[in-house]
Ligand binder design. Sequence first.
Ligand code: ZN
Length: 135
Amino acid sequence: MPTNKPIPTPTTEYERQYWQRVANGDVCIAHCQACDHVYHPPRRYCPDCYSDEWEFKSIAGTGTVYGYTSIHRPTQRFASDAPIVSAIITLDEGPRLMGRVACESEAIAAGRRVCLDTPKLSSDNVRLTFKLLPK
Ligand SMILES: [Zn+2]
């Protein structure tokens, strides 16, 4: 279903490839083939060794809440989604990324385990959503 909500606008070829993969249900990070470092978001050079020899690596989809916030009064186009729980997730692979957590504001806490709960996304709905795993 098309959305009137703003979506990310890729500014580089790497971002375009990343969001296309996400839209196809393949959430991924970058893996440096020279030094084995993994990072996110993808960029031309590895931030650890500056090699440009890297590839996309699919993630398992599990991680730990590093930090979070609850947005009770979002901008008008997201008003129907309120309250929105937005979190920084430390993926089990190491890198951190931001996404929504589908839960009540009171249920989330730093250290909670989460997994991706994102059905196949379309190119006009690319919001990563996680769900809390049982304690
Ligand atoms: Zn590297």
